[in-house]
Design a protein around this ligand. Structure first.
Ligand code: NDP
Length: 274
């Protein structure tokens, strides 16, 4: 993990950058400009979702960037209302059209919900088998959702994207995904700025001449967690990419782990019933 293009190898052999760029709550010209800045800064992985309403702008920024398609890794997600076999296939076509891409690198089920994710997964398996997506995965799945899904499916999810930051380290999920070779990916890795004043993180940041955000993102990747910070501020976009020139010690990793308080800023997936 010495360079922004360094990758993890997913369980099907596809490579995915450890650092990606988040785009939630960024729309229109703002997200278009931000993705362009991110690609110029060296990010090669972009995370979007149908529900973000920005796939078209993300696609436009990618197309205009001049970066070769095979150097890029694009993730999008099927939204809750579209879960189910046929509806997922239709939603995928819409996302693919909006992004202007023939093949999506990673397609995720955005939230588990209650009882449709197995049908949805069958649609993802079909998209994977026909080559429309290079990898398929899930998001916001607890261990019990993963176990239930894997009982009745033949493709093991390549990725599980969940809320994860020093206030919610998700140790059980880290252990389970590690054992099953499912790559864990952190959303809201910076807890949307809420950890910037934490004294432990500030202390470590001072030692390395880094910012709290950089310390957290480095903690992610040293824990083998893919991370996708979002920013529409050019200086922060570049700052968040500056995590490949230092290494946290095992003791510092533990100090950050110990900040865990099982605190979420998003919804507990078990409480998002649809
Ligand atoms: P983040 O933890 O990435 O935080 C983003 C916020 O932090 C923004 O307000 C941003 O401000 C600010 N910020 C970014 N960098 C810095 C920095 N270096 N210093 C100080 N502040 C900073 O939260 P997100 O919720 O956006 O999560 C990241 C991505 O994960 C999303 O964008 C999305 O792609 C994905 N996601 C997935 C979900 C899922 O259910 N699968 C749910 C939520 C997110 P500004 O932009 O103004 O610079």
């Amino acid at each position: 993990m010495k360079h922004i293009t360094d990758c993890t190898i997913l369980n099907n052999g596809v490579t995915m950058p450890w650092l990606g760029f988040g785009t939630y709550q960024a729309k229109g010209q703002e997200v278009y400009e931000a993705v362009k800045v991110a690609l110029k800064a060296g990010y090669r992985s972009i995370d979007t979702a149908a529900i973000y309403g920005n796939e078209a702008e993300v696609g436009k920024a990618i197309a205009e960037s001049g970066v070769a398609r095979d150097e890029l890794f694009v993730t999008t997600k099927v939204w809750n209302d579209d879960q189910g076999y046929e509806t997922t296939l239709q939603a995928f076509e819409e996302s693919r059209k909006n992004l202007g891409l023939d093949v999506i690198d990673l397609y995720l089920i955005h939230w588990p919900g209650q009882d449709k994710y197995k049908d949805t997964w069958k649609a993802l398996e079909r998209l994977y088998e026909e080559g429309s997506v290079r990898a398929i995965g899930v998001s916001n799945f607890h261990v019990h959702h993963l176990k239930d899904l894997m009982k009745d499916s033949h493709v093991v999810p390549a990725v599980n994207q969940v809320e994860l930051h020093p206030s919610l380290i998700q140790q059980e999920l880290q252990d389970f995904c590690g054992a099953q070779n499912i790559q864990l990916e952190a959303w809201s890795p910076l807890m949307r700025g809420k950890l910037n004043d934490n004294t432990t993180i500030l202390g470590i940041a001072q030692k390395y001449g880094k910012t709290p955000a950089q310390i957290i993102l480095r903690w992610d990747i040293q824990n083998k967690i893919v991370t996708i910070p979002k920013s529409v501020t050019p200086s922060r976009i570049r700052e968040n990419a500056g995590i490949f020139d230092f290494v946290l010690t095992p003791d510092e990793l533990k100090q950050i782990d110990s900040l865990n308080g099982n605190k979420r800023i998003g919804t507990d997936p078990d409480k998002l019933i649809f």
